[in-house]
Write a protein that binds this ligand. Structure first.
Ligand SMILES: C[S@@+](CC[C@H](N)C(=O)[O-])C[C@H]1O[C@@H](n2cnc3c(N)ncnc32)[C@H](O)[C@@H]1O
Length: 274
């Protein structure tokens, strides 16, 4: 059966992105902001733009709206399927802490919200160096908050991992780390990313930690993946899945690169010395 996006995600995308673009005087049917798909792909730098800079007559806000219109949907389809499988044996017993690295407009938070219900809650830490992305993400999160069937979500937005504002002492809550279409970014240093991830995990929780990785199936966007996988393995993560797979949707079959890593809760006391 083809994977479909949950109705709440379709509704949220309509109100936060599609309707807004449709009302814009520059738009015409099939041409949001007056651009066809090829021109829009260039405006958003095939997903890798510096979204905070204007592009010709288009503002940063225009660029992230075009990203959400053209690119976010397939990422939501893939992550929704990943979360559906992750929680097929049962929803999380304790409230999750979710860190979405290179979060874009709340993509991982939306996908997870679509798989959980009003009895669930999670903290969502959205890290993205683009202010315009975080702003659109917060707009999505506010709209999600107004939906009765959605989980309760406490948000924490940050431009960098090291600046994440997290006050509670580290506990044992389960953590989910989302890395969706981030590794293609030319500005990314995987060694730094993993060091920062270890730093924030030490501040958040010593509980079970799952890393969900999704990306294009093409080789170039995954060029840093071997280093990413090796660094996670050295940090004590087990590789549960590492494959190129298909998600069949109503529109088309999406081929994507997918990996899942898991580290059990860390009860062992790390002692210094030899
Ligand atoms: C292709 S988009 C993916 C967004 C989101 N994860 C999704 O699946 O829709 C990549 C995002 O990562 C952000 N980004 C790229 N390099 C980054 C870095 N070094 N630190 C933080 N964010 C970064 C970009 O601003 C952009 O929003």
């Amino acid at each position: 059966m083809p994977a479909t996006l949950p109705a709440i995600i379709e509704d949220l995308r309509k109100s936060v992105v599609t309707d807004r673009l449709r009302r814009d005087p520059r738009s015409s049917p099939g041409h949001p902001l007056g651009l066809d798909r090829t021109s829009a792909a260039e405006v958003i730098g095939w997903g890798q733009a510096n979204f905070d800079e204007p592009f010709e007559a288009l503002s940063a806000e225009d660029r992230v709206l075009l990203y959400a219109y053209w690119n976010q949907r397939r990422h939501l389809e893939e992550l929704s399927e990943a979360f559906r499988q992750l929680f097929s044996a049962g929803r999380p017993k304790d409230p999750l802490i979710v860190i979405d690295l290179g979060c874009g407009p709340f993509t991982g938070g939306l996908a997870l919200a679509g798989q959980l219900g009003p009895e669930d809650q999670f903290d969502y830490i959205g890290v993205d160096h683009s202010h315009a992305m975080r702003t659109l993400g917060e707009r999505f999160a506010i709209a999600t908050e107004r939906i009765d069937s959605a989980p309760q979500i406490e948000r924490h937005w940050s431009a960098t991992v090291s600046e994440v504002d997290w006050q509670p002492p580290p506990g044992w809550r389960p953590v989910v780390v989302i890395v969706s279409f981030l590794l293609a970014s030319p500005s990314l240093d995987v060694g730094v990313l993993i060091d920062e991830l270890e730093g924030i995990l030490a501040r958040l929780s010593r509980g079970d930690t799952t890393v969900v990785y999704t990306n294009s199936s093409k080789p170039d966007p995954n060029r840093s993946f071997p280093a990413f996988r090796d660094a996670l393995t050295r940090a004590g993560f087990r590789v549960l899945a590492d494959a190129t797979g298909d998600v069949e949707t109503e529109r088309r079959t999406l081929e994507f690169r997918y990996a899942l890593f898991h580290r059990r809760q860390q009860r062992t006391l790390q002692l210094g010395g030899d």
